[in-house]
Design a protein. Sequence first.
Length: 154
Amino acid sequence: MRIGTASNVAVVAVLAVLGAAWPNFAAEKREKPMLTESGHTTDDLSVVRARVANKEAVLLDVREKDEWDDGHLQAASLVPLSSLKDGMIPAEFVRLFPKDRPVYLHCRSGGRVLKCAELLQGRGYDIRPLKAGYQKLVESGFEKAVGSTSPRNP
């Protein structure tokens, strides 16, 4: 008994169409970030903390090195806003900006994260600026790094 060649061709064609559409399907399924009128993420800090802990998101500190040295979050990596001049991402930071998961940004008080988000806009990143600054994040349960003054890179 021979299965019809037309049937085989039809199955292959359907699989080819589905395969070609899959990247678009995955992109459409990516959660759309919700932002406040000022441009900060509406994601609850407990959700942010859990996503970062589960490696479903990354946390970047956009403060300057001297601020980082005065205290930083264990889960964060340092990417100073001043290093992203003109929206160019230095090569050493490219791997810190994943396009497949949210990138949460924090600073001292929520202002620099908006400037950073603006510089990275339109590059395919899911950038989510946090309104909560460093101290508020520590108060809400983010673990403070102990004894390290050099920038941590995941």
